[in-house]
Ligand binder design. Structure first.
Ligand code: S3P
Length: 436
């Protein structure tokens, strides 16, 4: 692995109460789409051009991995990449996926379609995350696998189709099965009791593959070859979330985040914040690269508590940490239900939220798979050193907390922010955020 991608988990940053935030910003490209664009490009015949690729550590690990499988992956200019696909070969070394569950799980599925053997590895966080959820269906399709945590070895080829019920509402598991299914004989179906993000389906179609989605059933059709295409990647709503909440909680702020993907299966946070009284105006709605995109203008708002139902979880699964920060500024008891999956993200996010909010003087607790946050509508005390547990989203969320809290908030693991949002600190500073 290149040293460039080795992240420091020790860097400490401190965020302090800020004067009103203002300005227009763009956030980097969507992480989910960036992984998928590279992976599909590496499976496709001909050339794929990608504009707006997120150049974060997670995505760069995927790019590096695809080269080891035999694809030609080239960065032409910042954000502008060219990929030429190949029949994947057994790599001559283990595939290191860094911190990225998406990279690891999607490439496990894609690799299983080929008669090759490959071992996937990752950093300490990724090595503690469950992989059996992908390995088990791949075995049911005929692959051989070893390991339920990384390192995991996959031996693929000669796959048959399957019908899989995605009861965890995991887009990564769904995507792994669809990618494996590209090389399988027979029907491949994923049944979704609760819909998860649909970027794989949308992008597979853009690459010329037959994918039907009907009544919660996703089915691969007969045409499963991919042809290179052009992919435009809009701004990542999960990254925009930090600037959105910062603008809501720092009094007097008004911020526009341009070019944000507003796919309904990714927009649960915006819906929830609006229910809490947030002033978020959507403008310039348009279709770009097959996804809906808009500009979001956010003005500081008085927030009130809400109950967030489990069915909303898949559309905002990465946003609960920053939502919990917003809830700490809201008046009343916010209850978020159906959060079991948060325990197996880059950290145990339920535990990290409760510990971080507690350190900042906010009453918060876990109740089974729910999270309860008590707010009184005033800025929380802050004045804490928060352990981000090596988790990029925990680090960014508590820095946002510090921008509105009475006393500064420090986070460790700030180097991990580069897994998903390189440039977060300078971008927030450009709005007036006090982060040092
Ligand atoms: C992702 C799916 C989600 C999400 C992750 C990205 C994807 O994970 O948390 O950050 O790109 O498919 P799960 O599939 O585990 O829910």
């Amino acid at each position: 692995m290149s040293d460039l991608l080795e992240l420091s988990s020790t860097e400490r940053l401190v965020a302090s109460r800020s004067t009103p935030l203002s300005g227009d910003i763009d956030v980097p490209g969507d992480k989910s789409m960036s992984h998928r664009a590279l992976i599909l490009g590496a499976l496709a015949s001909g050339e794929t051009r990608i504009a707006g690729l997120l150049e974060s550590a997670d995505v760069l690990h995927t790019a590096e991995a695809l080269r080891a499988f035999g694809a030609d992956v080239e960065r032409r200019e910042p954000g502008l990449w060219r990929v030429r696909g190949a029949r994947w070969q057994s790599p001559d070394r283990p595939i290191y996926c860094g911190n990225s569950g998406t990279g690891a799980r999607l490439m496990m599925g894609a690799a299983a379609a080929f008669p090759i053997a490959v071992t996937f590895t990752g950093d300490a966080s990724l090595s503690s995350r469950p992989m059996e959820r992908v390995a088990a269906p791949l075995r049911a399709m005929g692959a051989r696998t070893e390991g339920d945590r990384l390192p995991v070895t996959i031996r693929g080829g000669n796959l048959r189709g399957m019908r899989f019920v995605n009861d965890k509402a995991s887009a990564q598991v769904k995507s792994a099965i669809l990618l494996a299914g590209l090389g399988a004989d027979g029907p491949v179906e994923v049944v979704e009791p609760m819909p998860s993000r649909d970027h794989s389906e949308n992008m597979l179609r853009a690459f010329g593959c037959d994918v039907e989605s009907n009544g919660g059933v996703i089915r691969l059709g007969a045409r499963r070859e991919l042809r290179g295409t052009t992919v435009l990647i809009p701004g990542d709503p999960s990254s925009a979330a930090f600037a959105v909440v910062a603008a809501l909680i720092v009094p007097g702020s008004r911020v526009t985040v341009r070019n944000v993907m507003v796919n309904p299966l990714r927009s649960g946070l915006i819906r929830t914040l609006r229910e809490m009284g947030a002033d978020i105006v959507t403008s310039n709605r348009r279709l770009e690269g097959g996804e809906e995109v808009a500009d979001l203008t956010v003005s500081a708002s008085r927030l009130h508590a809400v109950e967030v139902a489990p069915k909303r979880a898949p559309s905002m699964i990465d946003e609960y940490v920053i939502l919990a920060v917003a809830a700490a500024f809201a008046e009343g008891r916010t209850v978020m239900r159906g959060l079991a999956e948060l325990r197996v993200k880059e950290s145990d996010r339920l535990a990290a939220i409760v510990a971080g909010l507690g350190a900042c003087g906010v009453e918060a607790r876990e109740e089974d798979d729910s999270l309860v946050v008590e707010g009184d509508g005033r800025p929380p005390p802050g004045g804490a050193d928060v352990q981000a547990s090596g988790d990029h989203r925990v680090a960014m969320s508590f820095l946002v907390m510090g921008l509105g809290a009475t006393r500064p908030v420090a986070v460790d693991s700030a180097g991990m922010i580069a897994t998903s949002f390189p440039g977060f600190v300078p971008l927030m500073r450009s709005l007036g955020a006090s982060i040092a």
